[in-house]
Write a protein that binds this ligand. Structure first.
Ligand code: DAH
Length: 335
């Protein structure tokens, strides 16, 4: 053996001191501790030493081996940490990064506008459950089992008697059951129908309205809805009431507004009719009052229901209702 283990150790530490980068140190580590490294060779050669020197030489060599391993490791770690703090260095001269903020969804914005207009007219906002009983969704609204009106609405059934509400109208009997007249409520919320294309999504939003009092007439309904349309669109937007049918109102009407795109002259959006349907309405059917125990000889009322997506599409000239639910940030940022 030409070099003592002490000499090998000193040489290694000296070289380690001058090594400046991690690659360098890794090479050194191989040179000293690798399979053919100096320390390994020394250990291997111990068998050539006189028998009595072998135990001590082995012990010393293992101590040196452990120490060198520790020193190499420490130095690598120290250099690693330095490199990291350099890459994490903060350049204070760079412009700041703006945190991304959310905004109110256009459907929520329009719902709030609709509710705002009606609360100014004295309506109270109420909410009902989205998972509804057959009773409130249909029965209490004068839509008995096997009534053809049930086919009009493609219902999602949870079980025989539980549905995802197909409209916000069930809030009417729910509120009337608990409240004596006068009633003046507006009920926004999500509704569900098994339907999907460019103008339909399986979930959409409605706002329901109900007013019950003594001497409420169809004229009150017309006046209220006209005031609403003039505020949500503009004063120049005219309305028309077309006779229609809903099991829970009599008489019933569908309400059209003059096309907001062509102002009535006819275009693609209004199918060249000059009119756009925006809601259903009518005078509350006496059967609905009887179901909740209201005295039909004293009270009358009107109700209406509108689709929020429909109104939002007309307000913002959007042609595909699915855009509201795709959550494309480039679309949503525009509102
Ligand atoms: N619930 C009806 C629908 O979803 C809308 C409606 C029509 C609501 C007339 C009413 C009403 O309150 O009086 O199509």
């Amino acid at each position: 053996m030409d070099k003592t283990i002490e000499q090998i150790k000193e040489a290694a530490l000296k070289e380690l001191e001058t090594a400046s980068d991690i690659e360098n140190i890794k090479t050194l580590s191989v040179q000293y501790l690798g399979r053919k490294g100096f320390v390994t060779q020394f250990l291997r050669n111990i068998s050539t030493l006189p028998k009595e020197e072998r135990p001590e030489a082995g012990k010393q060599a293992n101590i040196v081996k452990a120490e060198l391993e520790r020193r190499f490791k420490e130095t690598i770690e120290r250099l690693d940490a330095g490199a990291e703090s350099q890459t994490k260095h903060i350049d204070v001269s760079l412009p700041g990064r703006k945190p991304q903020t959310g905004s109110i969804h256009p459907i929520t914005q329009v719902t709030l506008q609709i509710c705002g207009i009606f609360t100014k007219m004295g309506f109270q906002i109420v909410e009902g459950p989205e998972v509804e009983t057959d009773h409130y969704n249909f029965e209490a609204l004068n839509i008995p089992k096997n009534h053809p009106a049930r086919d009009m609405q493609d219902t999602f059934y949870v079980s025989d008697n539980i549905v995802l509400r197909t409209h916000t109208s069930p809030t009417q009997p729910r509120v009337m059951e608990k409240t004596d007249p006068p009633v003046r409520i507006i009920a926004p919320g999500k509704v569900y129908r098994c339907d999907s294309d460019i103008t339909h999504t399986p979930m959409f939003n409605q706002v329901e309205g109900l007013l019950v009092d003594k001497n409420v007439s169809f004229g009150d309904l017309k006046g209220t809805l006209t005031a609403f349309v003039h505020q949500i669109f503009d004063e120049k937007t005219s309305l028309r009431f077309r006779p229609s049918f809903f099991p829970f109102t009599e008489p019933s009407a569908e309400v059209d507004i003059q096309c907001v795109m062509c102002r009535g002259s006819g275009c693609r959006v209004c199918s060249h009719t000059g009119w756009l349907e925006i809601l259903g309405a009518g005078m509350v059917h006496p059967a609905v009052f009887e179901n909740v125990g209201y005295d039909t000889s004293t009270y009358t009322g009107f109700a209406f229901g509108m689709g929020v997506e429909r109104i939002a599409m007309l307000k913002h000239s959007i042609d595909d209702t699915r855009k509201f639910f795709e959550n494309d940030i480039r679309f949503l940022r525009q509102f």
